[in-house]
Design a protein around this ligand. Structure first.
Ligand SMILES: [Zn+2]
Length: 172
């Protein structure tokens, strides 16, 4: 049954099921996929939109829909895609897991708000006696600002106007 250099990719076992399940379990261990983009959906899409997109894609990439004579690479890609799409729907098609995933996403977004525009030492920022903050002008015209207390712990400061962030360096 398992023949060829990529036994898991061959059509036969996939049709039988168990290997596909193994694959899916393996994929569940891989975090940080963008399930929305896998479904070609916007994170703000509602449940029926998501379902529609899922149903369309899952049919398109279903292993049973692939002809047996496509090049191995293509079959492999289709199966991977199929698994991803299925996994995306498992997460986004359920209110609980969707909520959990959305939260994870938000946290991730904060950590990668955008590219770090510059690395600066606190000493390079302007001290504002008035409100006890350090600040620096952003090239957008906005301002990076951090309070004296926060400056001790904070390493990333986001601009109050655009999505740029700067990294605050501390002397060793
Ligand atoms: Zn800015």
């Amino acid at each position: 049954m398992l023949t060829g250099p990529f036994p898991y990719y061959s059509i036969e076992p996939i049709r039988e099921g168990p290997l596909l399940v193994q694959w899916m379990m393996a994929f569940e261990q891989i975090p940080k996929k963008d399930w929305y983009s896998i479904l070609g959906a916007d994170p703000s899409a509602n449940m029926s939109d998501l379902k529609q997109k899922y149903q369309k894609l899952i049919l398109l990439y279903h292993p049973d829909k692939q002809s047996a004579d496509v090049p191995a690479g293509t079959v492999e890609e289709c199966i991977q895609k199929f698994i991803e799409i299925d996994q995306a729907w498992k997460i986004l098609g359920n209110e609980e897991t969707k909520k959990e995933y959305d939260l994870q996403r938000q946290e991730g977004d904060l950590r990668n708000t955008g590219p770090v525009d510059a690395q600066v030492y606190l000493e390079e920022m302007c001290w504002n006696e008035g409100d006890h903050t350090f600040s620096l002008s952003c090239r957008c015209g906005g301002k990076y600002s951090v309070s004296k207390d926060e400056a001790e712990e904070v390493t990333l400061i986001s601009c109050d106007t655009c999505s740029l962030i700067i990294e605050l360096l501390h002397y060793g």
